[in-house]
Design a protein around this ligand. Structure first.
Ligand SMILES: O=C(O)CCC(=O)C(=O)O
Ligand SMILES: [Fe+2]
Length: 313
């Protein structure tokens, strides 16, 4: 803990019964969402549509998945944006993850499930699918609030039609003696949006604009909503993608899950409503897929802000 600023990230309640678009609670929540995103690039959403049972089920499913032999996990390859299986990387030896493409469609989840378990695994498939669908609803609610505030609903509608959800299940093994406790190096996400959950063991830290790391505590109905670099470009720099990292507590393995949005087959461009004399255009139209490829190149990895290097004006 020490110098870490605790509990500073705004916690915004999405469990209110009367949170209908246009209602007074919608408007006040919307204001809190945009305020938090502009200040931190992220916030914590309390959201109870994912039940405690489903929260536990997705992490049980995740444990089953990581228990599979490495050669099975390596079959998770053909991903459009990110690689599928990631593991045994000397830069972050504790980290291992698998990605499910098109996770809000039953076909997408079924395809992944059959690849991992040729004889099927219904409980895995159901948990991953239900979880992705419900968290995607949260993403769309947040996006609707941001779009309304900026008056860019039309542009968002278009993006939504090309939005694809990638569910990534992540495991960090316990660090051994004399081994780094860095679970994942400081980075910003290259997604449009990311929604993260930790299971029981903390470790996620997010950097504030003034350079302090905030520890984020895990709770079953709390979701970390975080802007990716593609979102930063779309908002013409109004909302920045925050730096974050994972520091392992040292005496436990850790599981987390992220639902990442990507925009396919459509150039992302800054809506004209977000460009004026005070806010000159900062980003040229770009292809999210190509940007994602760029960030894995040497130039992309070297740059301080990949999206600025890729399509900054
Ligand atoms: O494990 C976590 O809490 C964070 C994971 C993360 O930052 C990522 O996958 O991009
Ligand atoms: Fe990340």
């Amino acid at each position: 803990m020490g110098s870490l600023a605790q509990h500073k990230l705004p916690v915004i309640d999405f469990t209110k019964k009367n949170l209908d678009p246009g209602s007074s609670s919608w408007l006040s929540t919307r204001q809190a969402v945009v305020g938090a995103m502009e200040e931190y690039g992220c916030f914590i959403a309390l959201y109870d549509k994912v039940s405690l049972e489903l929260h536990e089920a997705i992490f049980r499913a995740s444990e089953d998945l990581f228990d599979l032999p490495t050669e099975t996990k390596l079959l998770n390859t053909c991903h459009k944006p990110a690689p599928g299986y990631v593991g045994q990387n000397p830069r972050f030896p504790l980290y291992e993850s698998l990605g499910i493409d098109d996770a809000t469609s039953i076909d997408g989840v079924q395809k992944f499930t059959t690849l991992m378990w040729p004889n099927g695994n219904d409980s895995f498939c159901e948990s991953a699918f239900s979880y992705s669908k419900l968290v995607a609803e949260l993403d769309q609610m947040v996006m609707r609030m941001v779009s309304e505030t900026y008056g860019v609903e039309k542009s968002y509608e278009t993006l939504l039609g090309s939005t694809s959800y990638l569910l990534r299940l992540i495991k960090y093994r316990e660090p051994q003696e004399n081994e780094t406790n860095l679970g994942i190096v400081p980075h910003t996400d290259k997604s449009f949006m990311s929604i993260l959950q930790q299971h029981q063991v903390k470790g996620l830290e997010i950097k504030t604009k003034d350079g302090r790391w905030m520890e984020i505590d895990p709770f079953p109905s709390s979701f970390i909503i975080m802007a990716g670099e593609a979102f930063m470009a779309w908002t013409n720099g109004r909302i920045e993608a925050p730096h974050h990292r994972v520091i392992m507590p040292g005496n436990a393995e850790r599981y987390s899950v992220g639902l990442f949005t990507f925009i396919w087959d459509l150039l992302i461009q800054v809506p004209e409503e977000l460009v004026d004399v005070e806010h000159p255009l900062q980003f040229k139209p770009f292809d999210h897929h190509k940007f994602h490829q760029f960030h894995t190149t040497e130039e992309g990895m070297r740059s301080k802000c990949a999206i600025k290097s890729y399509c900054g004006v």
